[in-house]
Design a protein around this ligand. Structure first.
Ligand code: C2E
Ligand code: MG
Ligand code: MG
Ligand code: MG
Length: 292
């Protein structure tokens, strides 16, 4: 009997492995058609001033609205896209879409804040990328001061020289740079000096443990102190509770991004948030995101 049970367990295990492999494979093949079929959408998550709740900017976050699987989070398909050049097409789509929105809002005289975009490490390996971006921004008359590019520590480490010169060229035209998920990578603190980074985003894994773990409290405190000393803007990601907010306010963290103020929302909803100008912290309750 025990033997039978073991056998069954093995079968379940092996078939779920197959399902995972099959899923990754079918995600990749469907991803190839997603842009063409217009299946991606952008959501926007406000970043607010810690003391006042005033919306100061927002992060554009991609979602995939698959015709049969429904809404798929970037955590599921971005890593797969990163394995091929698909991530470059997706990155282009996001940049074009964000510039279109910015220009449309400007034209409509709608409220406007800078928008942050996540940039894949692979981007920096294409020589003509920077030139293409500068051309595109000029052609579309997009205000580059309304764009911030988020990169991670691993991007800095992987391609030091190209990233350094790309940042310098893009900063010259007014694009800002943020270091995303800070504290989770393996970069040295001297990187903060070497690269012309404007903003540090403290990773949510620290924020979500600050009330329970003294070491995460100290790390968060030190990152804020360091950022302020280096005259960089500092943002706490993943703020979900009033206690986390109070702690971060006390430490002088300038900006907050998290479900406590708003989840990432579709464009229409984002525009109505912007009309309010300031957001109130509201008790975070888990619910799936609405789709436009
Ligand atoms: P990220 O750039 O660090 O984005 C922040 C993530 O934290 C978002 O997840 C956001 O929904 C989530 N978040 C914000 N506040 C809270 C909170 O209070 N609690 C919790 N639990 N989560 C919070 P999302 O949208 O699922 O994106 C996941 C990651 O996928 C992003 O992490 C980014 O690395 C990647 N990604 C998203 N959009 C793009 C894109 O357009 N291009 C690229 N290359 N990557 C993207
Ligand atoms: Mg980000
Ligand atoms: Mg992050
Ligand atoms: Mg990330």
């Amino acid at each position: 009997l025990a033997k039978d049970k073991g056998k069954n367990n093995f079968q379940i295990y092996s078939s779920s492995l197959n399902i995972a492999t099959y899923k990754a494979f079918s995600i990749e093949s469907s991803l190839r058609n997603a842009i063409k079929n217009d299946e991606f959408i952008l959501h926007f998550q406000p970043r607010v001033e810690a003391g006042t709740g005033k919306i100061v900017s927002a992060e554009a976050l991609i979602r995939w609205n698959h015709p049969t699987w429904g809404l798929i989070s970037p955590g599921e398909f971005i890593p797969i896209a990163e394995k091929s050049d698909l991530i470059l097409d997706i990155g282009d789509w996001v940049l074009i879409k964000v510039c279109n929105y910015i220009n449309e809002w400007k034209k409509r005289d709608a409220p406007l804040v800078p928008i942050s975009i996540n940039i894949s490490a692979k981007r920096f390996l294409k020589n003509d990328w920077v030139i293409n971006i500068i051309d595109f921004i000029e052609e579309t008359h997009t205000d580059p001061r309304l764009l911030e590019f988020e990169i991670t520590e691993s991007t800095l480490i992987k391609h030091e020289e190209v990233v350094e010169s790309a940042i310098d060229s893009l900063k010259k035209i007014g694009i800002r740079f943020a270091l995303d998920d800070f504290g989770t990578g393996y970069s040295s603190l001297t990187y903060l000096n070497r690269f012309a980074i404007d903003t540090i985003k403290i990773d949510k894994s620290f924020i979500q443990k600050i009330s329970k773990s003294d070491s995460d409290k100290i790390i968060t405190k030190s990152i804020i102190f360091l950022a302020r000393g280096l005259k960089m803007r500092v943002v706490a990601e993943g703020v979900e509770t009033p206690e986390q907010l109070v702690f971060l306010q006390k430490l002088g963290c300038e900006e907050i991004q998290g479900f406590l103020f708003s989840k990432p929302v579709p464009e229409k909803e984002f525009q109505s948030l912007l009309k309010k100008e300031t957001l109130k912290p509201s008790k975070y309750h888990s619910q799936s995101e609405a789709i436009a």
